[in-house]
Design a protein around this ligand. Sequence first.
Ligand SMILES: NC(=O)C1=CN([C@@H]2O[C@H](COP(=O)(O)OP(=O)(O)OC[C@H]3O[C@@H](n4cnc5c(N)ncnc54)[C@H](OP(=O)(O)O)[C@@H]3O)[C@@H](O)[C@H]2O)[C@@H](O)CC1
Ligand SMILES: Nc1ncnc2c1ncn2[C@@H]1O[C@H](COP(=O)(O)OP(=O)(O)O)[C@@H](O)[C@H]1O
Ligand SMILES: [K+]
Length: 485
Amino acid sequence: MDGAWSAAAVRRAEAQLMAQLPPGTLMQRAAAGLATECARILKRRNGGVYGTTVIVLAGPGDNGGDALFAAARLARRGVRVFAVPVMGERVHPVAAAALTRAGGRLVANPPRHCHLLLDGVLGIGGRPGLPGRAIDRLAAIDADTIVAVDVPSGVDVDTGAVPASAVTADVTVAFGSRKPCHVLGRAALLVGRLVLVDIGLGPHLDPHPAVRVAGDDDLAAWWHAPGPDDDKYTRGVVGVAAGSERYPGAAVLSTSGALAGPSGYVRYAGTAAEQVRRRHPEVVCTQEVKEAGRVQAWLAGPGFGTDEAALAELRHVLESPAPVVLDADALTLIGEYPSVLSQREAPVVLTPHDREYERLYGSPPAEDRGAAAAVLAKRLNCTVLLKGHHTVVASSDGEVWANPTGRPQLATAGSGDVLAGFMASLLASGMSGVRAAVAAAYLHGRAGGIAGAGHRTVTASDIAKALPQAVGQTLSAADTPGKRR
Ligand SMILES: NC(=O)C1=CN([C@@H]2O[C@H](COP(=O)(O)OP(=O)(O)OC[C@H]3O[C@@H](n4cnc5c(N)ncnc54)[C@H](OP(=O)(O)O)[C@@H]3O)[C@@H](O)[C@H]2O)[C@@H](O)CC1
Ligand SMILES: Nc1ncnc2c1ncn2[C@@H]1O[C@H](COP(=O)(O)OP(=O)(O)O)[C@@H](O)[C@H]1O
Ligand SMILES: [K+]
């Protein structure tokens, strides 16, 4: 598991590490990594480093210091460097002196065009928003590539909110660890490609990051691969209560998602049985939840309707002792009748998008999406998967995960039905609610990437078809592909 650490946690780790090193060592490590990445970009785009132009927007703190030291390294390789102080004349004095010694210039009016612009305005000491001069300069300079130093300046580092103006980077070179703004909220959209520079902070970071980020190895460790003694029941039976006469497609798509998961048996209960049977002969269909028999996890809600009959079916699902995923219309029903959740002891995962969140919580999610998911999870004592370009998962005890695999192609009708069905299958196979939500978002995102490779357009059915390959790629990439049950 990887993660993102708050500015305060990074500073604590930095203090421990600095106590063991000569002064300035960490800044030189950061600057060296930054200069290397900039040189790589300049070479790729211009065939070489010598003779290119770099402009530095330099703030008053160490973030500006990193940028100026890196620029000094580039100036020594023949880059024309212009550094612009953006907070009065305040710049890191030692770094500014190093830059001028290397042949770079501190100027008020830089050229209009540059090959690379280094955003060293604000780092983890920054409050959200940009100083006026930085905004003016950004608007006036035409840069081929914008590289943010540590974080895109102007974002809220700890939450990923962007309440005021901020830099939009092509590449962000982060030091020591990710910060929440790299993986959450609107800030994550301003990061561009993220490059992590190791400055030796790892062993000093708190073992519990502010935001967790899953990787292939986590997925493989959580995955239940079938063993020789398994049968279709022991692999977990998943029940899908979805679809209606009006929306039979939701039933088909959510069962498609369920079939792509690790459970051994998919049951469907609802009025779209005929359509499901036709499309998926392997699904066992009944008209009602009560007739469906035992399952190890339920999904309820996609295309379900919100009438009396749907509410009655939802109550039957919630009476079951199995874990449950509630999506779409089930979330609307929970918003209207919150008491139906109150007797529930087995795990529940809720999968709202922003409008569904508002129905459940009473107001739209805050810009701090990690906190938004966590407060709802705590209030309803459930796991919450808050959908979006960077989907967030929160447990009722405040653990927050950010999904690294999302992509806009996933925003297609029925995509959420596939996600929910797949998640229910993970739950039925024995994964915890949080892991099932994290793993489903991860593999759903990856399936979207496979389905949309080569700029292909993507439908929800394409995502469902790509899920088995997403599973295969993920488990094959990890050291140990799945544990035996
Ligand atoms: N931690 C590590 O391991 C390492 C960290 N390193 C680097 O240090 C960076 C952090 O540096 P930092 O602490 O000096 O803070 P930084 O972000 O440069 O700015 C603070 C200054 O900006 C000002 N200011 C703030 N907000 C503002 C606003 N909205 N608009 C205008 N001004 C604003 C603020 O003013 P004040 O609060 O005093 O009013 C203060 O003067 C970090 O991101 C990384 O690049 C690496 O070198 C090595 C290892
Ligand atoms: N801009 C976006 N970028 C990336 N993923 C997105 C974006 N918008 C939506 N998604 C993802 O697409 C899926 C849409 O789900 P949902 O809104 O429930 O669709 P539906 O109800 O049509 O099935 C979710 O997994 C969500 O995280
Ligand atoms: K920055």
